[in-house]
Design a protein. Structure first.
Length: 448
C-alpha cells in the first residue's frame, strides 16, 4: 500500500477548488491511488463546505482528503445524552500534507466558525482503526474521533500508515484551536483571540445561564434541541418541587430538589465542554432552506406543546389544578375537600364518595359530587358565588344517559328524584369509563 504522506510517493496532480489547493490525484482516488468519479464527487461536495480553509492554509500546503466524523466525546457526555451525541458533536476532518484540520459543525455539517489543527509533528501516533481515528500526542494526551465516514476509512488508513511524513514541525503539542478571523493560535481557557481580540463564548456565562435559566447553557452554546429538552425536564422538576412544598410533602420536594440540582450540574458540565470548541459570540449565520425552517418551527411547537401538557399533568396530579378524572374519596386532595366545605357544598358530617370538577383552574368553577347523603351538581356564577342543586340519595328514582360524551366532550346524565321537576344534570368525563362509574355509583343509591 502506498504511503501518501511520504514525499516520494505522491502521484503528481494539483487542482483548485474555491481557493483551496488540493492534491487531486490523491484526493479523488481510492486507497490504491485509482481515480474514482464517485469519490471525486463526494470529495468536491465536502470541499465546498470548507472553502474558508483557504485563509488557514500555509504556502504550498495541499488538501489530501476530507471526511465526516464525531468529535472527541467524554464517557459522561455519551452516557447522559444517549445516541444524540452523534449529532451534536459532528465534525469534519480535513487531512493535508502537514496537519489535520478538526472542524466542529452543526448537525448538518455546516461551519460554526470553530477550527482546530492537529500538527503531524506533535503526534506520537495516529491510527485509523475501524470507524475510529485514534490520536496520541507527544505530551501524553489522547483524542478519539468516532464514526469516521465509512467510504473514507481505507483512504485515511493509507494516508496515515507508517512512513516518513512530510516536514511538519511541532507546534503546541496538542490539538489546538485557531481564530476563525485571523487564524492566530488560541490559548487554552482564554476566550478571546490574542491576535485580533475576537470574543468567544466563555465558561462563566455558560455556567450562569445553566444555573439560572432552564436550558440556558445549551441555548448559549448553540444546541437548541438539548436546550428545549433540558428546559422541559427542569420545569417539570420545578413544578413538582413547588407544589410539593405547597402541599407540605417535604420528602417529595427533597427528592425532586436533588434531581433538579443534578440536572443543573449536568447542564453546567455539558456547557463547559461545548465552550471548549471556542464558539464565537458573533458567529456566522447558518442559511436554512424554507423546508428546514418549517420543520424546525413545527418541531418547536410540538415540543412546547408537550412541555405544556406535561406541566398541566403534573399540576393536575399534585392538586394545584383540578384533575381530569373522577376521584374517589381516597384520591381527593385534602385541600379540595376543605374548599368544598368552605364553599358550603358539604354539610357537617357529610362524606364525599365520588367527586368530579369541570373546572380548568379551580374546582370552584363547577362539578358533581356524590356523598353518603346526596348527589350534587354545582356551578360558579359570574360574581364568583356558587349555585348548587341536590337530590337526597333516598329520593333518587332514576339515572339516565342523555348524551354520550367523547374524548373532547362530556357525557350528560339526568338524575331524577321524587317530586315534580326534581332533577339535575351531571356533566361527567367519558374517557376511561369515569362518567359511567360515577353514574353507576349514583344508581346504587336507588332504593329497590
Amino acid at each position: 500500500m502506498v504511503d501518501v504522506l511520504s514525499p516520494d510517493s505522491y502521484i503528481q496532480g494539483t487542482d483548485s477548488l474555491g481557493g483551496l489547493n488540493i492534491d487531486s490525484a490523491t484526493m479523488f482516488a481510492d486507497h490504491k491511488g485509482v481515480h474514482k468519479p464517485r469519490i471525486e464527487k463526494k470529495q468536491r461536495k465536502l470541499a465546498e463546505k470548507v472553502t474558508f480553509l483557504k485563509d488557514f492554509l500555509e504556502d504550498g500546503e495541499q488538501l489530501l482528503a476530507i471526511t465526516t466524523a464525531v468529535s472527541p466525546t467524554s464517557f459522561i457526555e455519551q452516557m447522559t445524552t444517549g445516541f444524540v451525541f452523534v449529532y451534536i458533536k459532528r465534525c469534519m476532518l480535513v487531512f493535508t500534507d502537514r496537519r489535520v484540520f478538526h472542524i466542529p459543525t452543526t448537525t448538518g455539517f455546516d461551519y460554526r466558525e470553530s477550527v482546530a489543527e492537529i500538527r503531524y509533528g506533535d503526534l506520537e501516533s495516529i491510527e485509523q482503526k475501524g470507524s475510529r481515528l485514534k490520536v496520541a500526542y507527544k505530551n501524553g494526551v489522547k483524542d478519539l474521533f468516532l464514526y469516521v465516514r465509512g467510504s473514507e476509512r481505507k483512504k485515511i488508513r493509507a494516508l496515515l500508515q507508517a512512513g516518513n511524513r512530510l516536514a511538519s514541525p511541532a507546534a503546541t503539542g496538542n490539538r489546538t484551536h485557531l481564530c476563525p478571523k485571523c487564524t492566530h493560535v488560541l490559548e487554552v481557557d482564554r476566550f478571546d483571540c490574542p491576535g485580533c481580540g475576537k470574543e468567544f463564548k466563555n465558561r462563566t456565562k455558560a455556567r450562569n445561564l445553566s444555573l439560572w435559566l432552564p436550558g440556558g447553557g445549551y441555548f448559549y452554546t448553540g444546541h437548541p434541541f438539548l436546550g428545549v429538552m433540558d428546559a422541559m425536564i427542569e420545569l417539570l422538576f420545578l413544578v413538582i418541587v413547588a407544589t410539593s412544598l405547597i402541599n407540605g410533602e417535604w420528602s417529595v420536594a427533597g427528592i425532586f430538589g436533588v434531581l433538579l440540582a443534578l440536572e443543573k450540574a449536568l447542564t453546567v458540565y455539558h456547557a463547559n465542554h461545548f465552550v471548549k470548541e471556542y464558539l464565537p459570540v458573533e458567529g456566522v449565520t447558518i442559511q436554512k432552506s424554507p423546508m428546514r425552517r418549517i420543520l424546525g418551527v413545527l418541531g418547536m411547537m410540538f415540543v412546547l406543546g408537550f412541555i405544556a401538557l406535561g406541566v398541566l399533568g403534573v399540576l393536575s396530579d399534585t392538586g394545584v389544578l383540578p384533575s381530569e378524572r373522577v376521584l374517589s374519596a381516597e384520591e381527593m386532595q385534602d385541600g379540595d375537600y376543605q374548599t368544598l366545605r368552605d364553599e358550603g357544598l358539604l354539610e357537617q358530617g357529610e362524606m364525599v364518595e365520588y367527586f368530579y370538577s369541570e373546572g380548568i383552574l379551580s374546582i370552584k368553577e363547577g362539578g358533581s359530587i356524590l356523598t353518603n347523603y346526596r348527589v350534587i351538581a354545582y356551578e360558579q356564577n359570574e360574581d364568583e358565588t356558587i349555585t348548587y342543586y341536590s337530590i337526597l340519595n333516598e329520593e333518587i328514582l332514576s339515572v339516565a344517559l342523555v348524551e354520550q360524551g367523547t374524548a373532547t366532550s362530556y357525557s350528560v346524565y339526568q338524575v331524577t328524584g321524587v317530586g315534580e321537576e326534581n332533577w339535575i344534570y351531571l356533566l361527567l368525563p367519558h374517557e376511561y369509563g369515569d362518567g359511567e362509574r360515577f353514574a353507576n355509583a349514583v344508581r346504587a343509591k336507588i332504593r329497590q
